[in-house]
Design a protein around this ligand. Structure first.
Ligand SMILES: Nc1ncnc2c1ncn2[C@@H]1O[C@H](COP(=O)(O)OP(=O)(O)O)[C@@H](O)[C@H]1O
Ligand SMILES: [Mg+2]
Length: 261
C-alpha cells in the first residue's frame, strides 16, 4: 500500500501546497502519483491547473460507491486527482456522517488504487481532527505532520506526542516536516533546531519559505517550472526521495517498509 497523508493540528501551515509540490517531486522521481483532496475547501485542484469551474468530486454527490479509481481526474500536470468537489454544507455533513458510520468506506473505495503497483496516493486533509483523518488512520499509511517553525506550532507538539491527535498507531509511523522556514529569522532557526532535537529521525525535512511558492500557485504553475533555482526545489527533492525509499511497492517491488527510523 502506498498511501501518504498530510495532516496538522494547525491550519495555514502549507499542507495543500506541500501535497501538490511533493506530488510533482515524486512524479519527477518516476512515480505515478494520484492526489486526493479530503478538505471541503476543495482547493487542491487549483494547484494542478484545473479551473475553479471544475466542481466534480467525491463529497459533492451522494454516496459514491464503487471503485474510486474511476473517479480520478486527469490534470494538465500529469498528476491524477481525486477531488473533494464543490460540496454544499449539507453534502459536506453527509460525507462526514458517511465516514463516521461506515469506518471502512474510504478504505474500500481506495482499495484498487492502493494496490496498484508503482502508484502513490497522497492525501490532503483539513487541519485538526476530522472524520477523514479517522478514516485514513484505519489504512496502513505514512503520516506526515506539517508544522511551521513558530511558537504556535511548537506549542502543538505535546498534543501530537500525547497520542490524542493521531492515536498511538499512526503516531508511531508519523514523520514531520517543518515548512516555511525563513533562515534569517532567529525564532525560525531556534524552533527548527528544537524540532530536530526533539523529533530525531522522525524529522523528514524542512522546506524554506520562498515567495516563489505562492507566486507559482497564483500563476497555476509548478514551482519546478516557475522557480527551478529556488531552495525549495532541493528541499522537496530531499523529502520526496525519503518518501520514495520508505514506501513498499512504490516502483512495483517490495522495497523497504517505513524503515527510515
Ligand atoms: N514554503 C513556502 N513558502 C512560502 N509560502 C508558502 C510555503 N508553503 C506554503 N505557503 C503559503 O502558505 C499559505 C497556506 O498554505 P496552504 O497550503 O493553503 O496551507 P494549509 O493547507 O495547511 O491550510 C499559502 O498562501 C501558501 O502559498
Ligand atoms: Mg489546506
Amino acid at each position: 500500500m502506498n498511501l501518504v497523508y498530510l495532516t496538522s493540528p494547525k491550519g495555514g501551515v502549507g499542507k495543500t501546497t506541500l501535497t501538490a509540490n511533493l506530488a510533482f517531486a515524486l512524479q519527477r522521481l518516476g512515480h505515478q502519483v494520484v492526489v486526493m483532496d479530503l478538505d471541503s475547501q476543495n482547493s487542491l485542484r487549483l494547484h494542478l491547473g484545473l479551473p475553479v469551474s471544475e466542481r466534480r468530486g467525491v463529497a459533492a454527490q451522494s454516496r459514491l460507491d464503487g471503485d474510486w479509481r474511476n473517479q480520478v481526474l486527469e490534470t494538465p500536470t500529469g498528476v491524477g486527482l481525486l477531488p473533494y468537489g464543490s460540496a454544499s454544507r449539507a453534502q459536506q455533513e453527509s460525507f462526514d456522517a458517511l465516514l463516521r458510520q461506515d469506518p471502512d468506506y474510504l478504505a474500500q473505495r481506495l482499495n484498487t488504487l492502493l494496490n496498484q503497483p508503482g502508484c502513490i496516493l497522497l492525501a490532503d486533509l483539513p487541519s485538526g481532527p476530522s472524520a477523514a483523518l479517522e478514516a485514513l488512520k484505519r489504512i496502513p499509511a505514512l503520516s506526515l505532520v506539517v508544522m511551521m517553525a513558530d511558537g504556535s506550532s511548537a506549542a502543538t507538539l505535546p498534543l501530537i506526542e500525547s497520542d490524542s491527535f493521531l492515536g498511538p498507531e499512526a503516531r508511531k509511523g508519523a514523520f514531520y516536516i517543518v515548512n516555511q522556514v525563513y533562515i534569517r529569522s532567529r525564532l525560525n532557526r531556534d524552533v527548527t533546531e528544537f524540532f530536530e532535537q526533539r523529533l530525531g529521525a522522525s524529522m523528514l525535512g524542512r522546506v524554506h519559505r520562498d515567495e516563489a511558492v505562492p507566486e507559482a500557485q497564483a500563476s497555476q504553475r509548478s514551482i519546478f517550472d516557475y522557480a527551478p533555482s529556488s531552495a525549495v526545489i532541493q528541499d522537496l527533492e530531499n523529502i520526496a526521495r525519503s518518501i520514495s525509499r520508505m514506501l513498499p511497492d512504490a516502483f512495483g517491488n517490495n522495497a523497504m517498509k517505513f524503515s527510515l527510523k
